[in-house]
Design a protein around this ligand. Structure first.
Ligand code: C2E
Ligand code: CA
Ligand code: CA
Length: 524
C-alpha cells in the first residue's frame, strides 16, 4: 500500500477508535448523571407521597375522632344518620362503621346488620390507641380489600385509591406502615402489582439492587413510610436523548482532540524538517544583548541569542526551536552554527575590545557530548577568536548528569572559557554542587529581578543570592532588568554586579552592539 494511503487509513482508524472511546466515556458519565438525577426524583416523589399521606391521615384521624363523639345509641337511626353525614364530609373514606371485637354491627353504607358480621382476622398494627387493619375483605363491596382504621366505637374504611392520582410512571411506589423496633413492615398501598422489597424501608438509605433504584423515606411523625423505585432500564430509556447527545459530543470532542494533536505533531514535524534545512543552509541569525557592569554602566559582555524564521518568514520563539532541535537530536548542529556565526560576527568587536566576552547558550546535549570542548576550539580557531572571549551558559537543568558535566566544565575552563549557570534559582540548586561544578558566574533568573521593589516573599531571596555568590566567589549577572528602579537597586548593592535586560538594551544585530559598546566605553 502506498505510504500516503496507509497514513490516511491510520488516521481514519485512529479517529474512529478515538471517537468510540470518547463516546463510551461520555455515555458512561451521562448515565452516572442520569442515575443521580433519577435518585433526586425518587427522593422528591417520596417526600410528596408522605406529605399527601400525612394530609390524608390527619383527615381520617379527625373522622374517627368525630365518629366517637356521636351522642346517639350505637347503630340507632340517628347514629347511622350521624355517621352518614360524617362520611359525606370525608373525601378519603368509603364507609364508617361500629365494630365490636372482630364483628361489624352497622355502618353508614350498609345500615344496621340483623346479625353482627364476623370478619376474618387480618394483619394488624396498633398506633396511638388506633388499630390499623390491612387488606380487609369489605362487607360493602365483597371481593374488594382495603385498610380499616378503628378506635373506640368507630371504624373507617380508607378509600383504596387515595393514591391512585399519585402514580408517576415509570416510577413506582409502595406505602407501608413500619415498626422500626420490631422490624415489622406492613404494605398498605402500591402503585403496581410489582412487589417492592419493603425490607429496604428499615434501612432508610437509597439502594441499587437487581437493576432497580430504590429510595426509602419515612415520616418523622407517623409510622408511615414509602419506598419509591425506578428500573435502571427506564432511567436509560428516559435519558436516551441526553445519552445520544452525550455520545455525539464525546465522539466530537475526542475527534477534535485527535485532530488538534495530529495537526500540532504535523506542524512540529514539518517545523523540525524546516529547522534542519535552515541549519544545513546556515540560515540562523544571532542577536546580541548587552551585559552591563552596573557600577560603571559599561557594556562588558553580551549574550548571543539565536533567531530563526520558518520558511513562511514567521519568527519562531527560541524556546520552541531549541526544544525541537533537542527532541530531534540535532541541537549539536544548531550550536555549531551559532558558534560559527558568533565567531565570525564578533571578530572585529573582539579585536577592538580584547577583554570583551560573548556568552553562548549551551544545551545539556552539547555538554554530554565528550567531543564538544575540542570541536568548539576548532570552530573558534578558524575565525581567530580565543576561548577567553567566549563564555558558555548552562542551565541548571543541564547539570543533572553530574560526572559528565563536571568533567566537561573542567575541560572547557582549562581551555579558557568562562562558565555561567543560566536561569539560576529556577531549576534545582544545590550550593555544594555549584561549588563542585566550579562555574565562574551565576545568571540570576528574571523572576527574582521582578521582585525588586515589591514586598513579595521571594524579594528577600535576591540579596541572599548576592551574598552567597560573594561567599562562593562567583560573579553575578542579574537578568531581566527592565526598569530604572531595578537598576538603582542593583547599583546600591556592594560588590561587582553585572546586569542584562531591556533597560540596558534589547538583543540587537552585531553592528548595533558594536556602536553601543563604543559609546558606553567613551562615556566611562
Ligand atoms: P535565556 O538564556 O534566559 O535568554 C534570555 C532571554 O531573556 C532572551 O529571550 C532575551 O531576549 C530575554 N530577555 C532579555 N532581557 C529581558 C528583559 O528585560 N525582560 C524580559 N522579559 N526578557 C528579557 P530569547 O532570546 O527569546 O531566548 C529564550 C531562551 O532560548 C534563552 O533564554 C535560551 O535558553 C534559549 N536560547 C536562545 N538562543 C539559544 C542558543 O543559541 N542556544 C541554546 N541552546 N539556547 C538558546
Ligand atoms: Ca542564557
Ligand atoms: Ca537566562
Amino acid at each position: 500500500m502506498p505510504q500516503k494511503r496507509r497514513q490516511r487509513l491510520k488516521w481514519t482508524l485512529t479517529l474512529i477508535a478515538g471517537g468510540l472511546i470518547g463516546a463510551t466515556l461520555a455515555v458512561f458519565i451521562a448515565m452516572v448523571l442520569a442515575i443521580k438525577v433519577a435518585g433526586t426524583e425518587l427522593h422528591n416523589y417520596a417526600v410528596e407521597f408522605l406529605e399527601q399521606d400525612e394530609r390524608i391521615a390527619s383527615n381520617i384521624d379527625a373522622i374517627v375522632a368525630a365518629g366517637n363523639t356521636s351522642p346517639y345509641p350505637e347503630c340507632s337511626e340517628q347514629d347511622l344518620q350521624f355517621l352518614r353525614e360524617l362520611l359525606f364530609r370525608s373525601p378519603y373514606t368509603k364507609d364508617i362503621g361500629r365494630p365490636r371485637g372482630n364483628a361489624l354491627l352497622c355502618s353508614a353504607v350498609i345500615g344496621r346488620l340483623p346479625v353482627p358480621l364476623e370478619r376474618k382476622r387480618t394483619a394488624q398494627t396498633t398506633y396511638r390507641n388506633r388499630d390499623i387493619y390491612y387488606n380487609v375483605d369489605l362487607a360493602i363491596a365483597p371481593g374488594q380489600r382495603a385498610e380499616v382504621i378503628a378506635e373506640g366505637k368507630t371504624n373507617v374504611v380508607v378509600s383504596p385509591d387515595i393514591f391512585s392520582e399519585f402514580s408517576r410512571p415509570p416510577m413506582l411506589f409502595a406505602g407501608a406502615i413500619v415498626d422500626h423496633q420490631k422490624k415489622h413492615v406492613l404494605q398498605m398501598y402500591s402503585s403496581s402489582s410489582h412487589q417492592l422489597p419493603l425490607d429496604l424501608l428499615l434501612s432508610d438509605k437509597p439502594v441499587r439492587r437487581h437493576g432497580m433504584l430504590y429510595h426509602p423515606h419515612c415520616s418523622s411523625t407517623r409510622p408511615d413510610c414509602v419506598l419509591t423505585a425506578i428500573s435502571i432500564r427506564d432511567v436509560r430509556r428516559q435519558s436516551m436523548p441526553f445519552l445520544v447527545a452525550a455520545a455525539l459530543l464525546g465522539a466530537a470532542v475526542a475527534a477534535l482532540i485527535i485532530l488538534y494533536v495530529g495537526l500540532i505533531r504535523r506542524r512540529h514535524r514539518t517545523l523540525s524538517a524546516q529547522l534542519r534545512r535552515a541549519i544545513q543552509r546556515r540560515q540562523l541569525e544571532v542577536l546580541y544583548q548587552p551585559i552591563v557592569e552596573v557600577s560603571t554602566g559599561r557594556v562588558a559582555c553580551c549574550e548571543a541569542l539565536a533567531r530563526w524564521r520558518d520558511e513562511d518568514a514567521v519568527p519562531i520563539r527560541p524556546e520552541v526551536f531549541i526544544s525541537i532541535a533537542e527532541e530531534h537530536g540535532f541541537i549539536r548542529d544548531l550550536t555549531d552554527v551559532v558558534v560559527e556565526r558568533v565567531a565570525s560576527d564578533t571578530r572585529t568587536l573582539l579585536a577592538e575590545h580584547p577583554g570583551f566576552r560573548v556568552s553562548i547558550n549551551i544545551s545539556a546535549y552539547d555538554l554530554a557530548d565528550p567531543g564538544f570542548p575540542e570541536r568548539l576550539q576548532e570552530l573558534l580557531a578558524t575565525s581567530g577568536v580565543v576561548a577567553n572571549n567566549i563564555g558558555l551558559e548552562l542551565t541548571e537543568r543541564s547539570t543533572t548528569d553530574k560526572e559528565i558535566v563536571v568533567e566537561a566544565i573542567r575541560k572547557l575552563r582549562s581551555f579558557g572559557h568562562v562558565i555561567y549557570i543560566d536561569d539560576f534559582g529556577t531549576g534545582y540548586s544545590s550550593l555544594g554542587y555549584l561549588h563542585e561544578l566550579s562555574v565562574n558566574m551565576l545568571k540570576v533568573d528574571r523572576v527574582f529581578t521582578n521582585t525588586i521593589g515589591t514586598d513579595s516573599i521571594t524579594s528577600a531571596i535576591l540579596p541572599q543570592i548576592l551574598s552567597m555568590a560573594a561567599a562562593l566567589e562567583l560573579g553575578i549577572v542579574i537578568e531581566g532588568v527592565e526598569h530604572q528602579e531595578q537598576a538603582d537597586f542593583l547599583r546600591s548593592q556592594e560588590g561587582q554586579i553585572f546586569a542584562q535586560g531591556w533597560f540596558y538594551g534589547k538583543p540587537m544585530p552585531i553592528h548595533q552592539l558594536r556602536a553601543h559598546v563604543a559609546s558606553t566605553h567613551q562615556h566611562s
